[in-house]
Structure formats: structure tokens, C-alpha cells
Design a protein around this ligand. Structure first.
Ligand code: ZN
Length: 328
């Protein structure tokens, strides 16, 4: 069962989270493998998308934002786009678009940053967005400031978090064909306040907390990908932090925890087609006899025959804006 564990270091302004996606992850892989138009993900793409999924769950839980967190990698190599979307209830979905083969062993930079033009964007799309309100978006390149391309996706996100939140963060991510998992350790922006466990952080935390964070960060970085993929959460946390005072919360799992769900629907696809316009839609029907739209995230096929298509434009009040195809 997929699960999310949150914890604090008692008395220290440091918090952590550990996510293990099992059922949620294998469901997404199985749906992609079952899509005859695309076939399964090549191994390097699967690794990237799994790490993105684990990271997106950690970030959504970390910010407690009432809306979707959308993590996108816009690649300039064989992978054109990789997307993970996590809702506040920790339901998530993911997809990747390839326009060339990705052989085993392809590096992250070869895959998405071949010419140095790859980007990672994180979008926070509020649930009840007011008309005209833009979602918040932060974008970072896929290389360090010195121009050295990142070869670990966790380095991209650590770079992002330093820039956007200015909080020291350690991320360890890994994914294979069974598990997508991640560990996040973050220094909390606390000044002489109680942390979430209700334990007062000393006023001089600003002097000592750097040392504490560095020690904990060092321990977190010692976690190997193999350990992250194969060990359960209790074992990982015990092995890494057995000398620290950990305050743990009840894990979020099952319906409360990370789970696969797709937000696509026939109504949303209909709105997208309405956004295309009558001429375009009728053109497709004339050419192909019907309109077929497949959801990239879950594989669901939506079919509109000539009568359905005519019905899309029959009602006078077509006033909704078109849904973006990436966020449909
Ligand atoms: Zn779907």
C-alpha cells in the first residue's frame, strides 16, 4: 500500500517526510503498458517519472496547498514532456510524452536536457481559482548556475527549493518497476517558536540549528537508492536517525494516503472540443467519422460520433474557457 510518513526532530527546526508509492505507482505503469498507442515506459523514463511522482507528493504535503501541484519537465531530448499532478487529497496521476526512442542507460541530461534548454516547472493551481487569477508557477533550468547539467532529478528540485523557498532541503529519490519513493528533510523557518510537535525551539536556534540540520542532512544523504526502494519506512528511519529524537505522526495510507486517480471526464473532454471550435471538430468528424480523444494519464478513450459532435455545439451557451490539454 502506498504510504506517506511525516516526522519531526524533537526540539530542532527540522522536519522530514518519507513517501513510498507502490500500488499508486504500479497502477500508473500498468495503464501506460496497456496503452497500445504508446506501450510501456522505457526504463530511464520510468525512473524519472517515478522520482517526479514521489517528489510531487512530498512537495504537495509539505506546502499544504488547496489545489493541484503540477510538476512538469519540458525536455529538449527524446522526452518532450513529463508531468505529475498531485491533488490536496494526495491522489495523483502522471504521464510522459516521448518523440524518440530512449535506450536503457540514457542519462537524465541526454533525455531532457540534450541542448541545455530543458526546464522544470512547478505550478500551484488553486482549487477555486477566481476569474483571471493565474496559477503560481516557478521554473528552473536543468543545470546548475555554472552550466553543469544535473544528472539526478533530486538535484533539480533541491536547486528549485533553494531558489523559491530559500529553505535548506535534502531530497533522496528512487524508482523502479515496483516502487517510487522519496525522503525529504527540510530546515524549518522557525525563530524561537514552537514546532509542530509543540516543543519549543530554543531562541538561539539560529546559531545551533545549522549544525543540527547539517548533521541530519548528512545522515539523510547516506540513504542509498537500493535501501530506499527495498526497505520499509520504519527500518529506513531507524537506521538513519537512531541517534536522533524523532517525533512521528500516523502514516497516511489507503484512501488517506497517496493513491492513483485521474480527473479526466467526458464533460472535460467535451469542453476541450468546444474550445477547439465547431469548424475544427466538424472537420475531424468529416475526415474520420468521429472524434476520439484518449486521456494520456489513465488511457481512458472518449468517443464522440457525428451526433455527439453536433450536440457539442448545439447549445448556445458555450462560455467555459477551454481546458488546457496538459491539465484536462
Ligand atoms: Zn484520465
Amino acid at each position: 500500500m502506498s504510504e506517506l510518513h511525516k516526522f519531526l526532530f524533537d526540539g530542532l527546526p527540522v522536519r522530514g517526510m518519507l513517501v513510498r508509492l507502490t500500488g499508486a505507482w504500479t497502477e500508473m505503469l500498468a495503464r501506460r503498458a496497456g496503452n497500445t498507442a504508446t506501450g510501456p515506459y522505457p526504463e530511464p523514463v520510468r525512473a524519472l517519472l517515478g522520482e517526479m511522482a514521489a517528489a510531487a507528493v512530498l512537495m504537495q504535503s509539505n506546502i499544504k496547498f488547496n489545489g493541484a501541484l503540477v510538476m512538469q519537465v519540458f525536455g529538449d531530448g527524446p522526452v518532450k514532456l513529463a508531468v505529475v499532478e498531485v491533488q490536496p487529497d494526495l491522489s495523483l496521476r502522471a504521464t510522459a510524452t516521448l518523440h524518440a526512442a530512449v535506450p536503457d542507460g540514457t542519462s537524465l541530461s541526454q533525455m531532457v536536457n540534450a541542448a541545455g534548454a530543458g526546464r522544470c516547472a512547478i505550478t500551484l493551481d488553486p482549487k477555486d481559482r477566481r476569474p483571471g487569477q493565474q496559477p503560481y508557477q516557478g521554473v528552473v533550468p536543468l543545470q546548475a548556475l555554472e552550466g553543469q547539467p544535473f544528472e539526478q532529478f533530486s538535484d533539480v528540485l533541491q536547486h528549485y527549493m533553494r531558489q523559491s523557498e530559500q529553505l535548506d532541503t535534502v531530497l533522496v529519490l528512487a524508482a523502479d518497476d515496483r516502487v517510487a519513493a522519496g525522503l525529504l528533510i527540510q530546515r524549518m523557518p522557525v525563530q524561537g517558536q514552537a514546532n509542530l510537535a509543540g516543543t519549543a525551539v530554543p531562541d538561539d536556534a539560529q546559531d545551533g540549528s545549522g549544525e543540527d540540520f547539517n548533521r541530519i542532512a548528512h545522515l539523510a544523504r547516506s540513504l542509498t537508492r537500493a535501501e530506499l526502494l527495498t526497505l520499509d519506512a520504519d527500518t529506513i528511519l531507524r537506521r538513519l536517525f537512531w541517534e536522533e529524537k524523532l517525533v512521528r505522526f500516523a502514516p497516511l495510507q489507503g484512501a488517506e494516503g497517496p493513491h492513483f486517480a485521474c480527473t479526466c471526464s467526458r464533460e472535460r473532454v467535451a469542453r476541450m472540443l468546444q474550445g477547439l471550435g465547431r469548424a475544427e471538430a466538424e472537420g475531424i468528424v468529416a475526415e474520420q467519422g468521429r472524434i476520439e480523444v484518449g486521456c494520456d494519464f489513465c488511457g481512458q478513450q472518449y468517443r464522440f460520433d457525428a451526433v455527439d459532435a453536433a450536440g457539442l455545439f448545439a447549445s448556445a451557451a458555450v462560455d467555459q474557457p477551454p481546458a488546457s490539454s496538459a491539465l484536462q
